[in-house]
Ligand binder design. Structure first.
Ligand code: TRP
Length: 438
């Protein structure tokens, strides 16, 4: 019984870190931008074909080396430059947190706005204007971003990190519940048909090489692949935890949440005349329009934006944690100093990112940072990690790690070949085609 409970807790922490703005904010934004149903299909293919083997691979690497990100590479190939792959993962985490913290700040602002009833009697185009004006302001979004990052850093410094697990335990079921309620509201909207056709009916003429690359990046981003975080989680996993089942839980939950968000966002967008390709404000403008129109919208709005904020926070904590651990272990800096340095630098980057949506629009930092980290860095690291795992881990190790309660895993060889050749080749090809044809 005890074993069962431990397994449950371990995957819950992992699920909490995987489900975040990637599912709730970035997924509908990307689907909308890249033409709908075709993007969804390509995304799902990447989740199964690349996400599953890579997640299991990262778990195996972590659990068999008992080491985190950089250490795992060092322990299997000491003296070789492979550990730089882990370093690149940590660098990517910090860069991603640059815009993640900003959007986390937006969620906090929208929580504040919804709780003070600021959207009352606003129609969807006024809501769109409020959003555009807010993100273009040189001060307001930076203030909320700083607040978000300070809360994240305080959680790391104070000893309440253990309570994050507890928050996740309450947050996840509530998030699911509110998503189900909103789905039911979305299903009775007048333009449900148009929304669903856009989201579910693949029209492959609308997807470009860049769109395919974006679908791959989104799959890695949403599943937290390619930043070494899963290696660290793997190193904490008990020897009797079934890695296959754990990966299945994380991938299943993550994908269902993203999918249901799509079921909500697109019917709402078509009903209230919001362009699904309108960009990073999509989740904010669609949902606040919905809350304005439906009975009980006030309570639902406050709850939704609170949960959006909490989901962003639990994820930001694990992103910052991985940067801090690296500074702490590799640069031998004290933990509090590491938290301070990482937070100040990342918040500085986030502030530049924010200005690029307003006064420094011509720099495009927000979009460039998002593109480089998610669509280039993550795939490159995932490609290297995949090859590395397939290459250094002996078949015997994979076999052992995947064998549970005496039940032999029969496909170790296939998994190894997938990691060593198939996944890196697919990732490399998508990346190359995306970069050349974009
Ligand atoms: N998967 C997270 C989300 O969907 C984002 C993320 C990517 C992440 N890599 C990570 C979170 C590493 C924690 C650790 O929002």
């Amino acid at each position: 019984m005890k074993g069962k409970k431990d397994v449950y807790t371990a995957s819950l922490g992992l699920i909490g870190s995987a489900i975040g703005l990637g599912n709730l904010w970035r997924f509908p934004y990307m689907v909308g931008k890249n033409g709908g149903g075709a993007f969804l299909i390509v995304y799902l293919c990447f989740v199964v074909l690349l996400g599953a083997p890579l997640m299991i691979g990262e778990f195996i690497l972590g659990r068999s080396s008992h080491a985190s990100i950089v250490g795992a590479f060092k322990s299997f190939t000491p003296g070789k430059p492979w550990y730089l792959t882990g370093g690149l993962g940590v660098l990517t985490s910090s860069l991603i947190l640059g815009f993640y913290g900003l959007v986390g700040g937006w969620s906090l602002k929208f929580f504040y706005l919804s709780s003070t009833n600021a959207f009352i009697n606003k129609n969807s185009s006024e809501m769109g204007e409020i959003f555009i004006k807010f993100i273009a302001s040189p001060v307001d979004p930076i203030f909320w971003q700083i607040l978000f990052m300070v809360i994240t850093a305080l959680v790391l410094i104070s000893k309440i990190e253990g309570s994050v697990e507890k928050i996740t335990k309450i947050m996840m079921p509530m998030l699911f519940l509110i998503i189900i309620v909103l789905c039911m509201k979305a299903l009775v909207l007048p333009e449900i048909g148009k929304g669903m056709v856009f989201f579910l009916k693949p029209d492959f003429s609308r997807i470009t090489a860049g769109g395919i690359q974006a679908a791959m990046g989104q799959a890695f981003f949403s599943l937290s692949i390619g930043m070494g975080v899963l290696i660290t989680y793997g190193s904490f996993m008990k020897s009797d935890e079934n890695l296959f089942i754990s990966a299945l839980h994380v991938i299943g939950t993550d994908t269902i949440v993203a999918f249901l968000i799509g079921v909500i966002v697109f019917p709402v967008a078509f009903t209230y005349g919001i362009d699904p390709g309108s960009g990073p404000g999509l989740i904010f403008t669609t949902l606040s329009s919905l809350f304005n129109e439906i009975p009980g919208g006030y309570g639902l709005g406050v709850m939704f934006f609170l949960l959006l904020f909490l989901a962003a926070l639990t994820t930001a904590i694990s992103l910052l944690e991985s940067v801090v651990t690296c500074l702490n272990n590799q640069c031998k800096l004290p933990r509090d100093i590491s938290v301070l340095i990482a937070t100040v630098l990342i918040t500085g980057l986030g502030s530049l990112t924010s200005l690029s949506l307003g006064v420094w629009r011509e720099t495009n930092i927000f979009y460039i940072l998002d593109y480089i980290t998610v669509d280039i860095f993550l795939p490159v690291i995932a490609m290297l990690t995949s090859f590395y795992i397939g290459h250094v881990l002996e078949l015997k190790v994979i076999q052992e790690e995947m064998t549970n309660n005496g039940v032999q895993f029969k496909h170790a060889k296939i998994l190894q070949q997938m990691l060593k050749f198939v996944c890196p080749v697919i990732i490399g090809a998508v990346l190359l085609i995306g970069l050349v044809l974009n």
